[in-house]
Design a protein around this ligand. Structure first.
Ligand code: PHE
Length: 466
């Protein structure tokens, strides 16, 4: 019999918080949060988001981390350990990162391409019409970029929890915060005069972002804001895909769980808010109100390069700093996605970390190449239930985010809230002494509010009109 090797673990609470925050802070914070905030009444969205973060987000996050620490297993095994009949949930939860990894790496490759363009002084080209579509429809370059991004991710995961994930997060996350703050400060100080003489300033843009806009507010509209905020938070906290269970399983028994959870949430929310301060004023100043409608790849790879270009010389530096920052955010998220899969393979099949990394890299490589080819050799265009048109990447995104993740989250609420009872999590949190705050809130959330809200969110994301 093979001797059981000691489970990896984080060196300390700070390492855990930074690694988990590294997972949470990703493309979602940068390309989706600011857009939603601008669309959903500025400050009001921020307020709703903060309240949801302290209730809904707190519930989901603490549940997963506690499951991980209690079972000391990755999700593939953890759910079965909690209850034999719920083994399937571990399989579904582990499938999510397998699906997300390839397209996250493809996008990571695009970010890398833009970073390289800026650092080699070719930033202006990225602002030309058709640059982005031209790039992703070529066959080799996007694959090459994806492979580099994947290789760096695999290298960090291969180094292990302590020497890889933790030590890289400890360096990358502080740099990321400094960059975000610097770009945000710059963004509110700029101004621009259009050809027709209209002047717009970053401060005006900041006001649009921060001041709550209640105009045209109805109950239905308010519900949309809440659901938007909830959907965003769900993705942003990296829950419902086993990552937080995996990271929780590396957390030592004497770490103060509740406090760490709060810190992760604060980190994630602060970066999301600052991303808004960074992007909205710049968009408003150089692209006007219309420019503020952009989100997703269109925002990052088409609109923002134009904004950087309009800034003149300094735009090259800002663009360069911006894309390094995004690269770090994407890298630490990709590391967490890969680790969730790798630890599952290690725990389930009892293979070494090296071998598990190799297996997952191979899977991500094959699927990632298909994602890249989705814009040329394997191109198709179908319409998703949500109404948007989709290529391979979007289909994978839809299956993982709109179908599997809600199923995992709803089932987790039922398992913990009704079958095993909330005390399972509460006891785990309080194991190290110290009371768990918001205990009653937690119980009500996990049993009633969270599952109901998640079902509504699920139906909405399937395109069912409400
Ligand atoms: N939470 C990350 C974000 O906000 C995205 C992410 C998704 C990370 C899936 C890991 C896994 O962008």
């Amino acid at each position: 019999m093979k001797k059981e090797t000691k489970r990896n673990s984080f060196g300390g609470a700070i390492g855990f918080v930074l690694a988990a925050a590294g997972s949470a802070v990703g493309l979602g914070n940068i390309w989706r949060f600011p857009y939603l905030a601008a669309k959903d009444g500025g400050g009001m969205f921020l307020l709703v988001y903060i309240i949801l973060s302290l209730t809904f987000g707190f519930t989901l996050l603490i549940t997963e981390v506690a499951i991980g620490r209690k079972t000391k297993q990755s999700p593939l095994v953890a759910y079965g350990k909690l209850s034999k009949k719920w083994k399937w949930l571990g399989v579904v939860a582990s499938l999510v990162p397998v699906i997300i990894m390839p397209y996250y790496c493809a996008i990571g490759g695009w970010v890398l391409k833009y970073f390289l363009a800026y650092i080699t002084g070719q930033g202006a080209q990225t602002a030309e019409d058709g640059y982005f579509t031209g790039f992703i429809s070529t066959e080799t370059e996007p694959v090459l970029m994806m492979v580099i991004f994947l290789a760096v991710t695999a290298f960090i995961v291969f180094r292990g929890v302590n020497k890889g994930i933790e030590s890289f997060s400890k360096v990358l996350m502080p740099i990321l915060i400094v960059l975000v703050i610097a770009i945000a400060v710059f963004s509110v100080t700029i101004s621009h005069t259009d050809a027709d003489g209209t002047e717009r300033t970053g401060l005006e843009g900041l006001a649009i972002y921060l001041i709550p806009d209640f105009s045209g507010m109805t109950v239905g509209r308010f519900l949309t804001v809440v659901l938007d905020a909830m959907g965003q938070m769900f993705f942003s906290l990296s829950v419902a895909m086993g990552i937080m269970i995996t990271y929780g399983s590396y957390l030592s028994d004497d770490a103060k769980l509740a406090r760490s959870i709060n810190q992760i949430e604060i980190f994630d929310t602060v970066v999301a808010m600052l991303a808004g301060v960074m992007i909205i004023p710049a968009l408003y100043t150089f692209a006007g109100r219309d420019g503020m409608d952009a989100s997703g790849p269109g925002l990052m790879f088409v609109t923002l390069p134009k904004v950087f270009d309009a800034m003149g010389d300094i735009g090259h530096i800002v663009g360069c700093l911006f894309f390094v920052m995004v690269l770090f955010a994407a890298l630490t998220s990709a590391v967490s996605i890969m680790e969730a899969v790798v630890s599952g393979i290690m725990d389930k099949f009892r293979v070494s970390r090296n071998r598990a990394v190799l297996i997952e890299t191979a899977i991500a490589l094959v699927m990632g190449v298909s994602v890249c080819f989705g814009y040329n050799l394997l191109y198709f265009d179908i319409t998703l239930p949500t109404g948007s048109s989709a290529q391979i990447l979007d289909v994978m995104d839809f299956v993982s985010n709109n179908i599997l993740m809600p199923i995992v989250a709803i089932s987790t609420c039922i398992l913990i809230g009704w079958i095993l009872k909330p005390k399972t999590v509460i006891e785990e949190v309080e194991k190290t002494g110290g009371k768990m705050g918001r205990k009653r809130l937690y119980t009500v959330m996990i049993k009633f509010i969270a599952p109901v809200m998640l079902v509504i969110l699920f139906l909405k994301s399937l395109g069912v009109g409400l």
